[in-house]
Write a protein that binds this ligand. Structure first.
Ligand SMILES: [Zn+2]
Length: 759
């Protein structure tokens, strides 16, 4: 068992894993010098420990304490370089476009050799006298190459310590089981935790695994190294040909959604095409590279797995072939690459032979084709009857069907299949209804290729009056409350009392909004609001850890929405804006230790300028996607936060309010990672990828829409209220006196929240 892995996962739940038994924890503790030193180190990094954890700590060896400190420092990036381009960047350098232009011209004419006065820097650039104030920079102000790094960060300026609690082996196992059993898709952090834990624990036989991502992670985990293990678990978990195709697709690309290879190639070309439209062949080369990478090449084991699994699907050959139809082109190539034809002639693979036979002769009428037929011929009864055969699909096209065939008949048919649907699906219907039925609001969609796009409203909306549309929304929302009340009422419970933490009313229930960042320090759900304590919010970004010196241009920026449709930006091309200051544009990274950019936001100044929202953004300005080693977040403290005049370092782990790491496999080129509501003094944590290269592409309408969507989501607190009503529980004031206590800590494990509420 690798304790370091367990500690890493535990920290995401604001806990420290210790290999101790709860019963053996002493009721009081002896303070030793190493323990005191340890607590002091934690405090510097913004953490304190619970009473129970402190007692347990007094029993563990010094080496364990040392390992924990090391892990926390690593997660917080304490040993990295946090020096930005400008020293003491809270005082602007006053650099102008003219400085850039003069430097450009001076270099063009030969700089020092041409007899001009100025300084030649290690990067080779000549900075003419009277332009940039060079004494203020840690690197070249012209090309953004850093020459100096710093090896310190600030400590202990934070006003709020985050309390760490104790996790024992039992807690770790229960986290593992809840991740496996989660009825909603895991977010990137949870999936990463699951993958880490899969290397440590055997998959228990008695947990039902239903989510696609989870199944893929299990089948690819290190614990299933033996051929038979893979074959057996695959037979158990992959129930349709589509599941099997997804497995091979995921193994190749790391993506759960099956995207036709030609789109992936096209995206790669787009991501690598020069932003200024200059002719180069980088995009073409990248596309070719991707094409090669996606070529199908399989070994014997792969062929055997595919043949065995397909042979074992619990479907008739007709059903299986129909299931394969939407991805027919890919299947034709897969059948060839996996030599399934060969296997189908062997003994014991009769079902496979039958499936391939039906598939090739196309002796199946697709269900989708018949549905389309019924819909087009306006056959209401037949359409609804068919949709009832596939409840999941019915849910997905419920709104459009309501508009097409009327609210009452559609909902009546839909209610008859409600029991077959997972609660999260019905919940997401309720969350989306308001936007869908609003003729004036474009819908926000996240296409599989990354980024957000807006879709125009359904044209049929114009046939209905405002009143009728409001009725439709109401009816859909009632559907959810009704279902949940019914399901909660059917649940057996001996509880009489319930405690619900007030903060849970601010946390939206996750229905599987896919995220691409990993939260190492503490999980938070999208839409969670963080209060701003002092007068300043400091954004930070650190990237390039573990990479050799090279050109790697990442940009931290923000967009300040003023009154009306006025917008100001603080970014590399505009270092100061009302209420915001940028620490300078770094375009190259130093060796191994990475580099940093900051933006300081002043709330009083933002208020004075009439700012409403500030959107936090990070972008990749180099060709290609966001760097996998990128850390981004914000700091906040009731106390002033220092900025070094000497180096410009402005990082203090104890003031970090939220921090995320960009996970690999992120397809998008940029990320909105937070929105500050200036008047409310609150920061929304959210994650919205977008494809554009500067934040001008991230339009305000899209952000406002996302916030609206977040606010309209059912909160965990509201859901617990439904449970309380249905099970007739009495609300009590403290967790101690409640039979069922729903605290903030409980909600930190979204998999737990999901499994309790999605009955
Ligand atoms: Zn330079």
């Amino acid at each position: 068992m690798n304790d370091n892995t367990l500690r890493k996962v535990a920290l995401r739940y604001q806990a420290v894993y210790l290999p101790v038994e709860k019963a053996e924890i002493p009721t009081d503790y002896e303070s030793t010098i190493p323990l005191m030193a340890f607590v002091a180190r934690l405090k510097e990094n913004g953490y304190c420990v619970s009473e129970e954890l402190l007692h347990a700590m007094s029993k563990v060896p010094v080496q364990t304490l040392f390992a924990i400190t090391k892990m926390i420092k690593e997660v917080m990036g304490v040993d990295l370089n946090w020096a930005p381009l400008v020293k003491g960047w809270d005082v602007p350098t006053g650099e102008t476009r003219m400085d850039h232009l003069l430097t450009f011209l001076a270099n063009l004419f030969g700089g020092e050799e041409a007899g001009l006065k100025g300084t030649t820097l290690p990067c080779g650039h000549f900075i003419p006298e009277g332009t940039f104030p060079l004494e203020r920079y840690n690197g070249c102000p012209y090309c953004g190459t850093p020459f100096r790094t710093a090896n310190f960060v600030y400590h202990g300026q934070g006003s709020k310590l985050k309390e760490l609690r104790l996790f024992t082996m039992d807690d770790m196992v229960s986290v593992f089981r809840s991740l496996l059993a989660s009825p909603t898709p895991l977010d990137a952090t949870q999936l990463d935790s699951l993958k880490l834990l899969l290397e440590e624990f055997e998959v228990p036989e008695d947990v039902e695994i239903t989510m696609k991502e989870t199944i893929m992670a299990v089948l690819l985990s290190g614990k299933l190294k033996t051929e038979n293990g893979k074959l057996e678990w695959g037979k158990r978990l992959l129930k349709t040909p589509m599941d099997i195709l997804r497995f091979f697709w995921y193994e190749k690309t790391g993506l759960v959604k099956i995207i036709e290879p030609k789109y992936l190639v096209e995206m790669e070309r787009k991501a690598n095409t020069n932003k200024y439209g200059l002719p180069d062949n980088k995009g073409e080369l990248a596309a070719e590279e991707k094409r090669k990478e996606l070529k199908l090449k399989y070994n014997r084991l792969h062929c055997r797995m595919a043949a065995t699994w397909l042979n074992a699907v619990p479907m008739t050959a007709q059903q299986a072939a129909e299931n394969m139809n939407p991805k027919r082109g890919m299947w034709v190539r897969m059948i060839h690459a996996l030599r399934l034809g060969e296997y189908s002639r062997r003994n014991g693979f009769e079902h496979l032979a039958e499936i391939l036979d039906v598939f090739y002769k196309q002796e199946y009428e697709t269900w989708a084709g018949r549905l389309d037929q019924a819909r087009r011929s306006n056959n209401k009864a037949e359409t609804l009857r068919m949709l009832c055969e596939r409840p999941g699909l019915f849910a997905r096209c419920l709104f459009a069907t309501m508009l097409r065939f009327g609210k009452d008949d559609t909902l009546k048919a839909f209610e008859s299949v409600l029991d077959a649907l997972p609660a999260r699906l019905i919940l997401s219907l309720g969350n989306n209804a308001e936007l869908y039925f609003d003729p004036s609001s474009p819908r926000l969609a996240r296409p599989i290729t990354g980024g957000s796009v807006t879709i125009d409203p359904n044209p049929l909306l114009s046939l209905y009056s405002e009143e009728q549309l409001t009725d439709m929304v109401k009816a859909v929302k009632e559907l959810y409350a009704k279902t949940m009340r019914k399901r909660f009422a059917q649940q057996k419970t001996d509880s009489k009392t319930i405690y619900i933490d007030r903060r849970l009313y601010d946390i939206p229930v996750s229905v599987g909004d896919r995220t691409t960042t990993i939260q190492d320090t503490a999980c938070a759900l999208q839409g969670t609001r963080f209060p701003v304590e002092g007068d300043a919010v400091r954004l930070f970004m650190q990237w390039g850890k573990g990479l050799p010196a090279q050109h790697l241009d990442m940009d931290l920026s923000c967009r300040i929405a003023l009154q009306g449709d006025m917008v100001e930006e603080c970014a590399y091309y505009s270092l100061t804006a009302p209420g915001a200051k940028h620490s300078g544009d770094i375009q190259r990274i130093p060796d191994q230790v990475g580099t940093a950019e900051y933006i300081e936001l002043s709330l009083p100044e933002l208020e004075k300028a009439g700012a409403r929202y500030v959107t936090f953004t990070c972008n990749a300005y180099s060709d290609g996607n966001l760097s996998p080693n990128l850390m981004v977040g914000w700091m906040n403290s009731a106390y002033p936060m220092a900025i070094s005049e000497e180096t410009g370092v402005a990082y203090d782990p104890s003031t970090v309010q939220h921090l995320v790491r960009i996970s690999e496999g992120n397809l998008s080129k940029g990320l909105v990672f937070g929105v500050l509501d200036v008047a409310a003094r609150e920061i929304y944590w959210l994650e919205m990828p977008f494809m554009g290269q500067t934040l001008r592409d991230c339009n305000g309408e899209v952000v406002a829409l996302l916030l609206k969507k977040l606010r309209e989501k059912m909160s965990v607190g509201q859901l617990l209220d439904l449970k309380r009503e249905a099970q007739k529980l009495n609300l009590v004031d403290t967790p101690e006196e409640a039979d069922e206590a729903y605290t903030y800590d409980w909600a930190l494990n979204p998999a737990d929240v999901a499994s309790l509420l999605f009955v």
